[in-house]
Design a protein around this ligand. Structure first.
Ligand code: ARG
Length: 608
């Protein structure tokens, strides 16, 4: 077991040349305030070393921009022990008085039961935005929580259909991976495809019997995989002799018999080509390490668990009882075969020890929660993971709800029983294309521009409609809603971004030049609100990532575009004395919006 601490911060400090550089890189305003208040707390309350500064943005900007909320809990802790403090307000006052000087803070006030309200220096905010424009938004990246993470997502099952649940997993998993990467975490994206199990006996036997010619023309033999799966299942259920032959085929496959291996590989390959069509459309990159990959590690993983006396015999199977759950986790079936859980335990062992991952996130529907809870608990009992769930190395199950159709039931299309994802994405794109043609774009744009814009908006709309909801809630799949150009949709946001780009273009100015010669100014209240919102971007990513809730980032993006609209309504840009500064503010908004799109896996459009 490796240490549960966070070795990364230390390593990171050593690898960069100076402390100043670290301060520069470790980006969010919140983190910087945490550092300043941390110093104040340590200075004034040297005996209370375990206090972590609690910094939140102010809900009501009339009070300030940020708040430090430590006074109440600290007062409760030291009351009586330190007679000097009679009220929480006094603690707040003491924290405020010990705050080191900093150019980022204009002033502080004490409010309510000891909150320290902080107003940032507007000049500092403006400078920071300007610096971001020059150095890139990456310089705002928050301090990484770990060095290496694994995102296990998408993970469809071979020879079965990739359904809407897998689409959700793909979209949510990709976003979380991108958010971690933004924080400089190395992310191994893993497609844990279901490419092993007894169903392969049935499939292979069916292939051999129905298509003796399969080796010469495998694609034709397997054809439409869903149909192939259905037909073989039919035969399996109806014909007990076939069932027996299928079971023998499993044994031959597991024994590594060449012909069986080949057929297995062929079925997987055909399946993979289908999945890849979806990934290609969605711009998703991930590396397949399917269930079969972990087969060789299962015996070793089980042996380690056995050594910890975790595995018991129960009704012929080998099981693990984990605390609190009465149903045992089966790790070896009655027939001696391994299963989903044994594979996941082996995969976890491999990811912790071979791949040295410090945080592993698994994105599946909530229906699998118990499976994950159980094998996580087993790993904790074995000492593979720290007993405290929030310590690293850490595992997280990122569950999500159902996709519903108009009728409120599980989403299906009329034509087929289950939704064909490729068709679904094509429809989103085609609807967007039709809408663009209706707006007269076919005459103005090249064919390629039309295609690319329709794809960006169509696929973006499908992703955003999913991501903007709290992932745990079920959501209704509705093309009309997600493709609406008003309201909280990708279409609206992509248009908003394109409009900002067009403001800059129409000004006739060269932004790159403006960045060099101009400065940012946030004198107007609506400019300041927009500026503050821009600065909060990295901490929102951090929050979305820590809670694994992409909807937090969607909400931020939507509010940002609202703040921009307010600014643009009340502050004249082109032709005003503040033209340069305001164009820079437009550019900064566009940059941050694009980064949001990027993190959400949405391709931005620059003109509409
Ligand atoms: N193939 C599984 C399914 O379709 C999802 C796998 C998730 N990952 C894992 N390590 N269990 O339900």
């Amino acid at each position: 077991l490796r240490t549960a601490s966070r070795p990364f911060s230390v390593a990171k400090l050593q690898s960069v040349s100076s402390m100043a550089e670290v301060m520069e890189r470790v980006g969010s305003v919140k983190q910087q305030l945490q550092r300043l208040f941390g110093e104040a707390l340590r200075d004034k309350f040297p005996d209370e070393l375990d206090i972590v500064p609690i910094i939140t943005p102010c809900k009501d900007l009339r009070h300030g921009d940020y708040q430090c909320n430590n006074a109440m809990s600290l007062f409760a802790k030291i009351k009586g022990r330190v007679p000097e403090f009679k009220k929480p307000q006094a603690v707040g006052q003491a924290i405020m008085d010990s705050l080191p000087d900093s150019e980022m803070i204009r002033g502080c006030t004490i409010a309510g039961p000891g909150y320290v309200n902080v107003t940032l220096s507007t000049e500092w905010m403006a400078k920071r935005i300007h610096k971001m424009l020059i150095d890139g938004v990456e310089t705002w990246a928050p301090e990484p929580p770990v060095q290496r993470a694994i995102a296990d997502f998408s993970s469809p099952n071979i020879a079965k259909e990739m359904h809407v649940g897998h689409l959700r997993s793909t979209i949510i998993g990709d976003t979380l991976a991108r958010m971690l990467e933004f924080q400089n975490v190395e992310v191994l994206r893993r497609n844990h495809v279901g490419d092993w199990g007894t169903q392969f006996g049935m499939l292979i036997e069916y292939l051999f019997e129905e298509n003796p010619n399969w080796e010469a023309a495998p694609t034709e033999a397997i054809g439409d995989l869903q149909g192939f799966y259905k037909e073989s299942k039919k035969k399996f259920d109806a014909d007990s002799d076939f069932k027996e032959r299928a079971q023998k085929a499993v044994v031959s496959l597991q024994g590594g018999e060449e012909k069986y291996r080949k057929a297995w590989a062929q079925i997987c390959e055909t399946s993979r080509r289908e999945f890849d069509k979806v990934y290609l459309r969605l711009g998703i990159k991930l590396e397949e390490k399917g269930e079969s990959f972990y087969n060789p590690y299962i015996p070793k993983a089980l042996e380690l668990l056995s050594k910890e006396n975790l595995i018991e015999e129960s009704e012929g199977a080998r099981v693990i009882y984990v605390g609190g759950i009465t149903r045992p986790l089966i790790v070896v079936k009655k027939d001696g075969g391994y299963n989903y859980a044994s594979t996941d335990l082996a995969a976890l062992w491999y990811r912790l020890n071979e791949e040295k991952a410090e945080w592993i996130i698994y994105v599946t529907d909530v229906g699998q929660r118990e499976h994950f809870e159980m094998f996580f608990a087993a790993a904790r009992q074995a000492g593979w993971l720290p007993a405290e769930e929030d310590k690293y190395p850490k595992v997280s199950h990122v569950g999500f709800g159902l996709v519903l159709g108009e009728d409120g039931k599980r989403f299906r299309t009329r034509a087929t029983e289950v939704v064909k994802l490729v068709d679904l994405l094509d429809e989103a794109k085609n609807r967007c294309k039709a809408a663009l043609i209706e707006r007269g774009k076919a005459e103005k744009w090249t064919g390629e521009e039309l295609e690319q814009t329709a794809e960006a908006i169509g696929y973006g709309a499908v992703k955003y409609a999913d991501l903007k909801n709290n992932r745990l809630t079920n959501y209704t799949f509705n093309f009309d809603q997600m493709l609406n150009d008003k309201g909280n949709t990708a279409v609206y946001l992509l248009y908003a971004h394109a409009r900002i780009c067009s403001i800059i273009r129409r000004s006739g100015r060269d932004v790159e030049e403006l960045k060099k010669v101009g400065t940012v100014d946030l004198a107007h209240p609506d400019e300041r609100v927009l500026g503050l919102h821009l600065l909060q971007f990295p901490e929102v990513v951090e929050e979305a990532c820590t809670n694994m809730l992409p909807n937090i980032l969607c909400e931020y993006l939507y509010n940002l575009s609202e703040d921009f609209t307010k600014f643009y309504t009340n502050c004249q840009v082109v032709g005003s004395p503040q033209e340069i500064s305001r164009l820079l503010l437009c550019e900064a908004t566009a940059v941050v919006m694009r980064k949001c799109f990027f993190l959400l896996g949405i391709t931005p459009v620059y003109k509409i």
